[in-house]
Ligand binder design. Structure first.
Ligand code: MG
Length: 416
């Protein structure tokens, strides 16, 4: 990315405006509304532009790659930060599509991450869930990275009853990476039975257990004054891929990659935006704006989704019932309508991205999304449609471009 190009984008108006009010807004959270646990300056003022009396006047969804909480909890926290009600149905999490992997719901799965990962997996439909900490407790000799905690006495070890794991769900970065990398690697190499002491080296199961990864962001921005981004789940995946390849000579294969920048997350966000419009009896948006701070995640995803909407194989996701991602069952009449035409990426400078600085990059699961494209096409997918200083400027630009004038006296124009 070169900075002169981005500077020019500040004033660019690459598309003609869509019809008045037929637009929605998708907001990233980390680096856009918050840095770490701190609300970014002007965030409440920014949100005030699209709300009235504590209710959203524009269909708005918060799309996060965060995976360490459930939707309702995230909505509650956002409500506290913003000082107005945010509904769970306005929050889209990276892990929501796990609900559709019903063939794995009855399998014994290893769930990796931090926070209430077991509860999250159970809520998403998985019935038999084991965590890395469970494996540490059951097989205490596996995690040898910390020599002070290392267990070496096998004399009294009795292998607990353990049904082999059948799939691995990588929700987010775990704590104590070195131990988690060792244990996940053990699970892969032993075909789900890491406690087995009879496993023979060189007997690599093929194919290996199904692996699903959520949230492939390499970095994220913590609280100020930390100037450099922190490692994200993508960095953990990068380590795991490298370790697997070094140990086996083979590439780690993902059955699915979820969260931004995959089109599925944007499709789900668009579905929620359309539901908000339909619930209020107004026309579903034809255009959505995605505001994010990470070119390799928010913007790449917005551009991939826009490409999909315009000519990237419409119908590719028709077999997926997006309502199954929702917590509540909706009436069948309110299915996603194919009215959405454009997805526009707006990059803000309050998070990972900083002009003239390139800290981010792709890792294998994401680069595979664009592998069939030419280098020129790949580069185009990383260029935002607009660059704005912060969320306030981004929303002001969107409203101006859509010629939206808040009509506070006219209740019929409100979505809530
Ligand atoms: Mg972000």
């Amino acid at each position: 990315m070169n900075s002169p190009f981005y500077s020019l984008l500040r004033a660019s108006r690459a598309f003609s405006p869509t019809s008045k009010r037929q637009f929605g807004i998708v907001l990233d959270i980390d680096g856009v509304l918050l840095r770490g646990r701190d609300l970014l300056p002007r965030t409440r003022d920014a949100i005030a532009q699209i709300t009235h009396n504590g209710k959203f006047t524009i269909p708005t969804v918060f799309l996060t790659n965060g995976t360490n909480s459930m939707r309702a909890e995230k909505a509650q926290r956002l409500s506290e930060y913003l000082g107005l009600p945010v509904l769970p149905s306005q929050v889209v999490m990276a892990h929501s599509p796990l609900r559709m992997f019903v063939d794995l719901h009855d399998k014994h799965v290893l769930v990796v991450g931090q926070g209430p990962v077991k509860q999250i997996a159970l809520t998403l439909g998985f019935k038999k869930v084991t965590t890395v900490d469970d494996l540490r407790d059951m097989f205490p000799f596996l995690d040898c990275g910390d020599f002070s905690r290392r267990k070496t006495d096998f004399s009294k070890y009795i292998k607990p009853s353990f049904d082999p794991l059948e799939a691995i769900i990588l929700l987010g970065e775990p704590v104590r990476w070195e131990g988690a990398l060792q244990i996940v690697s053990d699970v892969l190499l032993t075909n789900g039975d890491p406690g087995s002491l009879s496993h023979k080296r060189g007997t690599l199961p093929f194919p290996h257990l199904p692996v699903i990864a959520c949230n492939v962001d390499l970095v994220w921005m913590a609280e100020k004054p930390l100037p450099l981004p922190r490692f994200g789940h993508g960095m953990f995946l990068h380590c795991l891929e490298t370790i697997f390849e070094k140990q086996t000579g083979k590439e780690l294969h993902y059955r699915a990659v979820l969260g931004k920048p995959t089109e599925m997350s944007y499709l789900h966000a668009a579905h929620c935006i359309q539901n908000q419009a339909l619930d209020r009896g107004v026309e579903p948006p034809k255009c959505i704006y995605v505001v994010g701070d990470n070119p390799e995640s928010d913007i790449l995803g917005a551009k991939l989704f826009d490409r999909y909407l315009r000519h990237g194989g419409l119908g590719r996701f028709d077999h997926i019932d997006l309502d199954t991602f929702e917590d509540e069952v909706r009436p069948p009449a309110l299915k996603t309508r194919r009215v959405l035409r454009r997805c526009i990426g707006v990059l803000v400078e309050t998070g990972v991205y900083a002009e003239g600085c390139r800290l981010n990059g792709n890792i294998q699961p994401v680069s595979k999304l664009t592998a069939e494209l030419s280098p020129r096409e790949q580069e185009a997918l990383r260029q935002p449609d607009f660059v704005e200083r912060d969320l306030y400027s981004a929303i002001r630009m969107i409203l101006s471009r859509e010629r939206w004038t808040p009509s506070h006296s006219s209740s019929h124009s409100l979505y809530y």
